[in-house]
Design a protein around this ligand. Structure first.
Ligand code: ADP
Ligand code: MG
Length: 297
């Protein structure tokens, strides 16, 4: 390939807001046969709002629960964390991250924190199992009837004490981007750590354009699915923003991270970074990749 042609293509990519790490990335983009999209923060805005927040045990007060949750979530960069902190503040509860003496983040599950001598887990049903919560069975039932599609649980010293639900909206242009990819012969699938209900809800908002939905995934599950797509279809594109997407972004033939909202890990392991939330630039970049391959062939 001529250095000049590659340089021009890289410039054109930069002008459309795609920072590419090397000329061969554009060529690989032109070869893509299938695209995998993360949900939260990639297909959706990653701006959750709390729909319901409920105390499950009478022993605990709402203000106490919101103080624990917001203080611990202040330590997390997960999109759900920001929504929970904001929610507490809207109820006049000030988070006190300085009161949190210990934290541990479980990707695809949630977060653990110690505060005022209490051991608190916040997250999905996976975190419930990890917390050795005494109401394992109840957890499933307790999440019934909540209005949002993503559900969270709060466990304090082994007791389920709270539950909440959240919702997020799809980015403008997400459905259009996937339709454009389809018209170029590229099928799109969703890989998410969120629940099946949340995955289906996003698919509905998109008008059913995705060909496969995979939910409840851990970071390593996303990698396994990327490898499966590569084996079945060939060159695979992965688009994601989270720390939990980093291994899948590295495993894909082309990993594209979301630059503005993305985690440092995702930006580091990806091959290219989209400098805005405009996912319509994904099919645009593939078209540029295809043109680049033709010029340098
Ligand atoms: P995604 O693939 O959709 O970006 P993640 O792997 O980041 O999702 O998270 C998967 C799930 O883990 C979330 O849907 C949520 O249920 C739970 N989770 C992760 N981090 C947190 C947190 N800080 N607080 C509450 N729940 C969390
Ligand atoms: Mg994400």
């Amino acid at each position: 390939s001529t250095p000049v042609a590659t340089f021009c293509a890289l410039l054109r990519a930069a002008r459309m807001g795609l920072l590419v790490k090397g000329g061969n990335v554009l060529e690989s983009l032109g070869e893509v046969r299938v695209a995998a999209f993360d949900k939260t923060g990639t297909i959706t805005r990653g701006e959750f709002s709390i729909k319901d927040f409920l105390v499950v045990r009478d022993k605990v007060q709402m203000s106490q629960l919101l103080y624990w949750v917001s203080s611990i979530e202040s330590k997390s960069s997960h999109p759900m964390a920001a929504a929970l902190v904001e929610y507490a503040q809207s109820k006049s509860i000030q988070p006190k991250p300085e009161d949190v003496t210990e934290t541990c983040i479980y990707h695809g599950e949630g977060i653990y924190g110690a505060i005022n001598g209490k051991h608190i887990y916040i997250g999905n049903e996976r975190i419930m199992a990890r917390s050795s919560c005494r109401q394992q069975e109840a957890g499933h039932r307790e999440t019934d009837g909540l209005k949002g599609v993503s559900v969270g649980l709060v466990i304090c010293d082994g007791d389920l004490v709270g539950k909440f639900s959240l919702s997020d909206t799809c980015r403008t242009g997400a459905a259009e981007a996937i339709l454009q990819l389809r018209s170029m012969g590229i099928k799109s699938v969703m890989l998410t750590g969120d629940s099946e209900a949340a995955a289906k809800h996003a698919q509905e908002q998109l008008g059913g354009v995705l060909e496969e939905l995979h939910s409840g995934l851990l970071p390593e599950d996303k990698v396994r699915l990327i490898r499966g797509l590569q084996a079945r279809h060939g060159a695979t594109l992965m688009v994601g923003d989270g720390m939990n997407d980093a291994p899948a972004l590295a495993a894909a033939d082309v990993g594209v991270s979301m630059g503005l909202s993305g985690s440092a890990a995702a930006i580091e392991t990806s091959h290219a970074t989209l400098m805005s939330g405009d996912v319509l630039r994904v099919p645009k970049a593939v078209r540029l990749g295809r043109r680049t391959r033709r010029t340098i062939a």
